[in-house]
Design a protein around this ligand. Structure first.
Ligand SMILES: C[S@@+](CC[C@H](N)C(=O)[O-])C[C@H]1O[C@@H](n2cnc3c(N)ncnc32)[C@H](O)[C@@H]1O
Length: 197
């Protein structure tokens, strides 16, 4: 996979900071990040949540093929209304979901609620994941159907990336949710938010 490099790099950073405990990955998609983390940290268990049933089925298949089903579980759910109990996770992660949320404050409130005291959340939002990949290599990796949709998207002008949030937009959101320990790293195409409860 072409964007594997992004997940490997983020997984390395995550396991350097956390290598045990119960982790929640919001907007997990096909489960690539949890799989990379589980490979590196056999003590971690991760629950991945996504709105899309199809992506959750893919994530379960990917975890089983990687031989990591004992560490990983995936379920359909809305990050703005999680079914988990208060203070039930050591760490919460999310990559690539923030900019697409209708109500980001509701999601930050849920992250605050399900985190244990002292627990940490890393919300990384590359507004445009393709910023991390070699575009030529990426285009070559697409099958005929994917190329057709890319062409259609470009024709309709729908391919333009949505800008990542800025620090001044994120601060009131995380403060409303209850976080006081906040670190924000703004990059060209990405915002990295690190929170402690
Ligand atoms: C760009 S993808 C990122 C997937 C994965 N985290 C990654 O980095 O490859 C964003 C994902 O967030 C999911 N999503 C969007 N809003 C959500 C919500 N409110 N609750 C759960 N998942 C959501 C989408 O279904 C999609 O799979």
């Amino acid at each position: 996979m072409v964007i594997e490099g992004y997940y490997s790099q983020v997984a390395d950073e995550i396991v350097t900071a956390f290598n045990t405990g119960r982790m929640l990955d919001l907007g997990t998609g096909p489960g690539y990040l949890p799989i990379e983390i589980a490979k590196r940290a056999p003590e971690i268990t991760i629950v991945g949540v996504d709105l899309s049933r199809q992506l959750i089925l893919m994530a379960r298949g990917n975890a089983a093929r990687a031989g990591l089903a004992h560490q990983l579980s995936f379920e359909v759910g809305n990050s703005a209304k999680l079914r988990f109990e208060d203070e039930s996770f050591d760490t919460v992660l999310s990559t690539g979901m923030l900019h697409s949320l209708k109500d980001p404050v509701a999601v930050f409130k849920e992250i605050f609620r399900v985190l244990k005291k002292g627990g940490r959340a890393w919300v990384y939002d590359p507004s445009n994941v393709t910023a991390y990949i070699d575009r030529k290599q990426w285009k070559e990796s697409l099958n005929f159907r994917e190329r057709f949709f890319l062409w259609l998207f470009m024709l309709l002008g729908l391919h333009k990336p949505i800008a990542a949030y800025r620090r001044e937009q994120v601060m009131p959101m995380v403060e409303t949710a209850g976080f006081v320990e906040v670190g924000i790293d703004e990059r060209e195409n990405e915002i990295r938010i690190q929170l402690r409860k």
